[in-house]
Design a binder for this molecule. Structure first.
Ligand code: ADP
Ligand code: MG
Length: 212
């Protein structure tokens, strides 16, 4: 993985988020305050504008720059959470010129850990972490098993999809939705949906045209 790969991945995520505007928007309207899509789109646009600045950077520097930019651009609860995710990924990759799958899996785990500690949340609380934590743990396991990239991406996507759907049956104990109590039941968490969409986009990018 190099910096152009990171730029291609954030581009793919942006396209996928824009394509899912209606669903993401309506989920946060149902159990939040309706701004989640706007927040995430603002973040995607800010990173897109950053591309020329990112290109000469190492992967660690690129993730850190993306994180600091997102901290200052996205509002709401998700801004600081997503910003600290990228900053922690950057820190985890410091000194690694061309990260491999293992480096990336460990960096992703560090990013997810940063969201956990910043948001003081864990699995089962109806947030983005319900998708991100199990996906990160599964990725660590699959790279240790030397899983080929098609199997790895297919398993990650299946895991993300079922965990995103499972937030529908959860009562929120973090974020705005927790004020709704049982009224949040029956609605997927918007952050979990965004995380699943982003993960699908990166997996699809990785598997397109890959022979192994
Ligand atoms: P806000 O809730 O401030 O309007 P957004 O609408 O952008 O911010 O983001 C809402 C999403 O943020 C939720 O759907 C949830 O996934 C996530 N979220 C909220 N609080 C937390 C938390 N403490 N830890 C992890 N994720 C959280
Ligand atoms: Mg909101």
């Amino acid at each position: 993985m190099n910096t152009p790969d990171i730029i291609a991945a954030v581009d793919a995520v942006r396209t996928a988020i824009l394509a899912n505007e209606q669903q993401i928007e309506s989920l946060d309207r149902a159990i939040g305050d309706g701004d989640h899509f706007i927040n995430v789109r603002r973040g995607c646009e800010a990173i897109a504008a950053l591309k020329p600045e990112l290109l000469p950077l190492t992967p660690a520097q690129a993730f850190t720059r993306i994180g600091t930019k997102l901290l200052s651009t996205i509002g709401g609860a998700s801004g600081p959470l997503i910003g600290s995710f990228f900053i922690a990924m950057g820190r985890a990759l410091e000194g690694v010129a061309e990260p491999d799958a293992r480096h990336f899996a460990r960096a992703l785990a560090a990013g997810v850990e940063a969201i956990k500690s910043r948001g003081k949340a864990d699995v089962g609380e109806k947030t983005m972490l319900d998708v991100l934590i199990p996906a990160s743990l599964l990725l660590l396991r699959l790279v240790e098993e030397d899983s080929d990239r098609h199997t790895l991406c297919a398993r990650l996507k299946a895991e993300a999809e079922s965990n995103m759907l499972a937030t529908r049956d959860m009562v929120a104990t973090k974020g705005r939705a927790h004020f709704l109590g049982e009224r949040a039941l029956g609605h997927i968490d918007p952050g979990a949906k965004t995380s699943q969409v982003a993960l699908f986009a990166v997996c699809d990018l990785i598997t397109v045209g890959a022979a192994s």
